[in-house]
Design a protein around this ligand. Structure first.
Ligand code: PLP
Length: 491
């Protein structure tokens, strides 16, 4: 597809907007600020608008079509929450304002802390961390400080199952601790025997994702937690998969000591493209003094029902400190509260039930066409193998790329690492049965193509603005240029 470049549409002297001559004296722009080498196209306003409109359609997005990117929870975010975040009273305040002028904003943050604590079964929540991985880092620092605060300096080991997200070992290493990998058993659970062997007085704790990255609920969760607690370790829950659990089970009740929430996955905030994330952490009673801060608390109770309490920022007593300038990603807090209030407790439970139902529906519909290594009731996502014994030259990547020709975003591929040629599929609760059917039809069709015309898959995608890229180079040496690629970049 050859789109006209805006540079070919310009014509000298053409301008976007005609303005009357100014009736105030003109000021010279300092010469040092003027660049002559930019060679920008001179176009009318409509051409410029069409250019940007066209650009906005080049990438796949949830508003274009289905986006089953496993682990990422690419659900549709109701526009209502965007409207709330843009209310001038929220959008135009400044973090250095006196707290008595922004009591409404503090109340929003307080309520988000309370909702998250209630949903997760935790004693305290901090909204400081800016992403899931940032929440992990905060959680590990709290676990570490908890042990050090008791004078227990021997603990340096973090136990992490091999089904963990890559951020778990990364956050652990960044905190100066050692990662010990725990294998999964044949049902996709943590291998309890190996875990028990590793539990000793040098363990800081365990970091576990439940449901795990295979989309499976850990069948021995309570035994796993008990084993870690028995040797004095703490248990970290990677809460990125919380979309499967809301209103059904509370990690705090199961014995988790700390967990991060990905507001940008579970609680309706835009996700990806480098936009702001938010990764609050919830903790059990014994970790509340270590929470990153400041957090929002009530500094003065209301005297009667007509009055509002006074909110203020407070630093937990033994806090690991700040994770972020000011107060976290406030706009995300507004979106999350708007989402929670719109659905209510019952509605959030329904969200999780539908997310799980949709994922199981997909698994069962695909189960004859694809090998599903852990073929049991899954939670909000599942992993299929992207390979066929009778089409040996077709790989998960080819299937993923071919899906783009059908208008769908590919599932996550080659993760988790413990499944060969993994395709990790997460439909979320916001998709209709018609969309799920269309997706499975495409997957089944692609399975047939893999046998009949494998080259169709190997050379896919065919209908996207650019064909198959060298993905490593595209990420590591990104050339952001709207002109044909300059020679220096091709070397
Ligand atoms: C997304 C994700 C993370 C990291 O969250 P970010 O907000 O992207 O930093 C961690 N663990 C799991 C299982 C995830 O899916």
């Amino acid at each position: 597809m050859k789109e006209p470049l805006i540079y070919d549409l310009g014509s000298p002297g053409r301008v976007g907007v005609g303005m009357p001559d100014p009736d105030v004296p003109l000021t010279e722009i300092p010469a040092a600020l003027v660049r002559e080498d930019l060679d920008l196209p001179e176009v009318d306003e409509l051409t410029a608008v069409r250019h940007f409109q066209r650009l906005s359609q080049l990438n796949h997005n949830i508003e274009k079509d289905f986006y089953p990117l496993g682990s990422c929870t690419m659900k549709y975010n109701p526009k209502l929450n965007e409207d709330m975040a843009r209310l001038p009273g929220f959008a135009h305040i400044h973090p250095l304002q006196d707290t008595d002028t922004v009591q409404g904003a503090l109340e929003v943050m307080f309520d988000v802390q309370e909702w998250l604590a209630e949903l997760g079964g935790f004693a305290g929540v901090s909204l400081q961390p800016a992403a899931g991985a940032h929440g992990e880092f905060a959680g590990i620092l709290m676990m570490r400080k908890y042990h050090l605060n008791k004078g227990d300096t021997k603990r340096t080991k973090m136990l992490i199952p091999d089904s963990a997200h890559g951020t778990n070992p990364a956050s652990t290493s960044m905190s100066g601790l050692t990662v010990i990998e725990i294998p999964s058993d044949e049902r996709g659970n943590v291998d309890l025997a190996v875990l028990r062997e590793q539990c000793d007085d040098t363990v800081v704790g365990l970091m576990i994702t439940n449901p795990n990255t295979l989309g499976l609920f850990e069948e021995h969760m309570l035994e796993v937690i008990e084993a870690v607690h028995a040797c004095g370790g703490l248990v970290y829950g990677d809460g990125a998969n919380f979309n499967a659990l809301m209103g059904i089970v509370r990690p705090g009740d199961m014995g988790f000591d700390v967990m991060h929430y990905n507001l940008h996955k579970t609680f309706s905030t835009p996700h990806g493209g480098g936009g702001p994330g938010s990764g609050p952490v919830g903790v059990s009673e014994r970790l509340t003094p270590f929470l990153p801060g400041p957090i929002v608390g009530i500094v003065e109770d209301a005297d009667d029902d007509d009055e509002l309490p006074v909110y203020g920022f407070m630093m937990p007593e033994k806090s690991i400190g700040r994770m972020k300038a000011f107060h976290g990603q406030f706009g995300m807090h507004v979106r999350a509260l708007s989402y929670m209030l719109a659905y209510g407790g019952e509605g959030l439970r329904k969200v999780s039930e539908m997310a799980v139902l949709n994922a199981n529906y997909l698994r069962v519909r695909l189960h004859d066409a694809y090998h599903i290594p852990f073929d049991r009731i899954n939670m909000h996502e599942f992993v299929a193998e992207g390979r066929f014994s009778d089409a040996p030259n077709v790989h998960a990547l080819d299937i993923a790329k071919r899906l783009m020709d059908y208008g769908f975003h590919p599932p996550t591929n080659y993760f988790p690492l413990i499944v060969h040629e993994a395709l990790m599929i997460e439909p979320t609760e916001t998709e209709s049965k018609e969309t799920l059917d269309a997706f499975t039809d495409a997957m089944i069709q692609i399975g047939q193509e893999a046998r009949d015309a494998p080259e169709l898959l190997q050379s896919a995608p065919h209908v996207t603005p650019i064909g198959r890229l060298d993905e490593v180079m595209a990420a590591k040496q990104l050339v952001l240029c709207c002109r044909p690629i300059p020679e220096w970049a091709e070397e």
